[in-house]
Design a protein around this ligand. Structure first.
Ligand code: CO8
Length: 626
């Protein structure tokens, strides 16, 4: 499903940010407010935001003009008629949203996807009002939407899988780190975020500590700059109060707003943040907050709302915590986490989720994955998923990649593999921080380098062809990994390079060997000696990349190519891959002899018989891999 034009209904604080972020992703946007005054105010907000970006050097004036040129305002809802995606970002009012979606359903083309940015209503309740529930999902942005990279893509009861896939990809193209969540109250992040601040205020109610102490303990424990009280003052007391009320209604009493929060809301005042931090009470506060957050996070996963990785990403990306709840639990040890939860089990019956008890009983930490393998028919996609470090390759990532490759190798149904990166990088190299820690141990560096080379060799020698879909930075070990793949397709905004000599090291994951084989000694020497980054177009001219496509077309192009390859005879493709690889090491005569052997072997397959029979019978062949 292709998205070219996006409608954003509502140009308030959220809508204006969403419109800008979508335009920054290269999409044409039409944004609607019902009156010229409101529209002008909303567009002014976007202009101001971008002007500040230019002032702070975050955006060039040229980029600002490009982005601005993609945004058009309207007061007429019927201007949404030809949009491929319409995002609703109006006020959080159920009836207003209902009316809007009923109108949009009449106006928009039948193939248009609808998304609501609601944070407190069920997406399915709006979807059911339209004739397109399968094209209906949630896109829950976090404030401020231009800066906060988190995006919850909400799957409602009837949302079609291809809509989810399209929206996840749309999120990535607009610079977000999307997480997939189920349509349930508070989705994933608000569930534990609201519990976090509400429990903080309950501790104030109970006299566990004063406001400065609770804020200080929260800041230290979660690595944030604002504790819950200061944050509520900044983001608004009514918002905090209503969010808790909404979850109380949909989930239960656990979310009942703390007494002091209700009183503050009713008084229309802000928290008084003055006072002294009492160091002796910080530990108790920290332990209780950890217990609450981890209990809710485990419950969210137990209910299938999100994965452990996505919950942690929600916390680190959306809330800017230094660790997600699951990483936090792994650091503390699950037995210790259970101990911290025990005192709260009496207060909140059923507080400790079974999933957590089971994981603790297994004696294993939570298996947080940084490489995601998904198999869709004959195509396996390996997503390097450590976007907070631009997918840099550390030991854990390399090990997980190795495991994913082993699974693919053993899976006869997989015929092609695509490797790509989460976020705006393919892979920004080997993990410099990890390498730095090993620097004084030459044996460890040698072992790490050999291990990394082995994993890249696993890619190269996989029987199935591997396509690198290079979606951003492919640097150092990242480019070396791409060079170990059979085919490279790069997004036009990708940057490639072997910058190792600038760090005082040299390429160690095959850069000095595969680059000259692919692009010749001159190109390899220039890239490696200068350490310069090059554009995707330059890389294509040098022969390092097969083709360059628009960012919006990258995954589609890779998948279409993968599908074409997957439709061919698998044994023929695998043996051809082996022969092509051998060409790099064998003299021509030996290579030709190998080709005779392999071609003869392929000739004896049932797929050869089928392929030729299909040609004669003028029909498409059906290959079985025999
Ligand atoms: N290793 C570890 N962390 C990284 C890496 C990396 N290679 N690249 C980026 N990150 C982290 C950053 O530290 C940052 O984390 P934090 O927010 O905690 O500080 C986060 O990713 C985001 O990065 P930036 O803020 O730097 O993002 P920018 O958009 O400003 O810049 C760049 C993007 C230009 C890609 C920049 O991050 C960069 O220059 N990265 C390093 C690129 C590099 O030099 N790669 C080569 C690494 S060496 C290598 O690959 C050798 C392989 C051989 C190993 C064996 C030899 C013995």
């Amino acid at each position: 499903m292709e998205i070219k034009k996006v409608g954003v209904v509502g140009c308030g604080l959220m809508g204006s940010g969403i419109a800008q972020t979508v335009a920054e992703g290269g999409f044409d946007v039409i944004v609607r407010e019902p009156t010229p005054e409101l529209l002008e105010k909303g567009l002014e907000r976007i202009r101001d935001f971008m002007a500040k970006g230019v002032e702070r050097g975050k955006m060039t004036p040229q980029r600002r003009d490009e982005v601005w040129a993609r945004i058009r305002g309207t007061t007429d809802l019927s201007d949404m008629a030809d949009c491929d995606l319409v995002i609703e970002a109006i006020t959080e009012d159920f009836e207003a949203k209902k009316t809007l979606f009923a109108e949009l359903d009449q106006i928009c083309k039948p193939s248009a996807i609808f998304a609501t940015n609601t944070s407190s209503f069920r997406v399915a309740d709006f979807a059911a009002l339209t004739k397109r529930p399968h094209l209906f999902a949630g896109l829950h942005y976090f404030f401020p939407p231009v800066i906060n990279k988190l995006l919850e893509v909400v799957r409602a009861r009837d949302t079609a899988p291809e809509v989810i896939e399209t929206l996840l990809n749309f999120g990535r193209l607009t610079g977000k780190l999307p997480i997939l969540v189920l349509d349930s109250p508070g989705f994933a992040v608000n569930r534990f975020f609201i519990a976090w601040y509400n429990e903080s205020i309950r501790m104030l109610d109970e006299g566990v500590a004063n406001i400065p102490t609770i804020d200080a303990a929260a800041c230290e424990t979660f690595g944030v700059t604002m504790g819950p009280f200061k944050l509520i003052n900044v983001s608004g007391v009514p918002l905090a109060y209503h969010a808790a009320v909404s979850l109380t209604q949909s989930i239960g009493e656990f979310y009942t707003p703390a007494k002091a929060l209700r009183e503050l809301y009713e008084s229309g005042q802000l928290w008084d943040l003055s006072g002294e931090v009492d160091p002796a009470r910080k530990q108790a506060v920290a332990e209780r907050l950890i217990a609450v957050v981890c209990s809710v996070a485990a419950r969210v996963v137990e209910e299938g709302v999100a994965t452990i990785e996505d919950v942690d990403r929600g916390a680190t990306v959306g809330l800017r915590w230094n660790k997600g709840p699951f990483a936090m639990m792994n650091d503390l040890g699950l037995e210790r986490v259970l101990e911290l939860m025990k005192p709260l089990e009496e207060k909140y019956p059923g507080f400790i989720p079974d999933l957590l008890k089971k994981q603790a009983a297994s004696g294993q930490p939570w298996p947080l994955r940084q490489v995601r393998l998904s198999i869709d028919g004959a195509i396996a996609t390996i997503m390097m998923s450590r976007p907070e470090a631009l997918n840099a390759l550390n030991r854990k990532v390399l090990q997980e990649l190795k495991d994913a490759l082993a699974q693919v190798r053993a899976n006869g149904a997989v015929r092609v593999v695509i490797i790509t990166g989460e976020g705006n990088a393919f892979i920004a190299g080997a993990d410099i921080k990890e390498m730095q820690a090993l620097a004084d141990d030459p044996a460890a560096i040698r072992e790490f380098t050999e291990f990394g080379q082995g994993v890249l060799r696993d890619i190269e020698t996989l029987p199935q062809p591997v396509i690198a879909a290079i979606n951003g930075f492919a640097l150092g070990g990242g480019l070396e990994l791409a060079l170990a793949c059979d085919i490279r397709i790069a997004s036009s905004d990708a940057r490639l390079g072997l910058p190792e000599v600038g760090l005082g090291i040299m390429p160690g994951l095959g850069g000095t060997q595969r680059t000259p084989r692919l692009a010749g000694r001159g190109v390899a020497s220039e890239l490696i000696f200068t350490g310069d980054l090059i554009s995707a177009e330059e890389a294509a001219r040098m022969g390092l990349v097969n083709r360059v496509v628009a960012p919006t077309q990258l995954m589609q192009t890779a998948r279409q190519m993968a599908e074409r390859i997957a439709s061919r005879a698998p044994i023929a493709v695998a043996r051809a891959k082996a022969a092509i690889l051998a060409a790099e090491r064998l003299p021509l005569e030996e290579g030709l002899a190998l080709e005779v052997d392999l071609a003869s072997e392929v000739h004896a397959t049932a797929d050869r018989a089928e392929g030729m029979r299909a040609f004669v019978e003028k029909r498409a062949p059906v290959f079985t891999g025999q």
